[in-house]
Design a protein around this ligand. Sequence first.
Ligand SMILES: [Zn+2]
Length: 386
Amino acid sequence: MSHFPMMRRFPQSGMAFLLLMLAQFCGCATQNVVQFPDHQPGEPVRAVIFKDAPEIRSLADRARTIGNESYPKILEVLGEKASEAPKHFDIVFQNHASMKTLMNDNSGGFMSRGTIYLGLDWLTNSPEKLDAYLVHEVAHVAQNYRWRKTPAHWTEGLADYATYKLGFTNDWACAECSAMYPHYTSGYSCAAAFLLFMETNYNPQIAARLNQELRRGKYSDAFFKDATGVELGDLWQAFQKTPAFTAGAADILKVEESLGYVNGRPTAKTKADAAEKLARARSFAVIEEHPGGAVIADTFRFLKNLREDGQLPGWKKGEKGHVEMFLNKTELSTPPTYPFRYSVTLKKNGDNLVYHYTVSRETEGATWKLEKSWCTDKGGRLIRDF
Ligand SMILES: [Zn+2]
């Protein structure tokens, strides 16, 4: 199962952004197979396969250790009998093992037919992420469901649940519902947080029981009433009163509702452009959830207002376009320092020029000032200072 941990990178549309998913799968030309010479038959990790790069050796060793240590614990957390679960799995490091994420980096990994694939290019830059991502994928090995018969949100939710239970977390995906994963049907951290809530308040065995149900391929929402005595919809209502349901999640669910979504899913009332509108709102909310992102989102809002008032240099009232930008994690997570200055790039519909604006504010909450406006061609050659 793919794991799309964080969709990042924000192009497109109406001074806002569109989520972009692009799966990239490449083969491995040169591989090293590490059949650990001291491999014991009882050890879950059979081999670690990676491109011929010496610096990967330590990642490979770490992956082996984490895989071997986490697997039995995950079986326990999911209430799996070791005799009924897969005995072994392999781990493959390869470039683009998952997808190009929205912040223009490669991320995560996936599990297919008992083999875990991890994004080598991404992990080389973020080796500290290995543990949590690997444990999530190891949980998928343990799940071993007939995937087409199991709702993906519970599969992904249980995998994240197991990751949290083993004490792993990462700064992008705490056990909570957020703008990125606002509903339990979004899976991952939100479904996991919902399961943790039910475990604490209704049934300590909820995860193990859900796992059994999914394993049998017989899941329906009625399971939750049976397991907790409360209808799923009522459980979800109660959960939304807890801190693990964030303001960002609430905002996105409101947008969904206004677009005719029910329980995170489009309905007959949902219009054709709803998915795009929702993606924009979600991207914006995801940016705003981060300390550095909130102030950047504010610069967009300032420029958008100028444009709508016909006050943005280079733009006539009514002209449409979009923000061009790639935000990285550091930019998003670093709180702003004042005076704060930021440059934004806009593209206008039906126009090949690139519009640049530098905006600043003296202190938090102060009025934004437009310091500089200019436009260039696509190659960056100055065409005009406004
Ligand atoms: Zn997954």
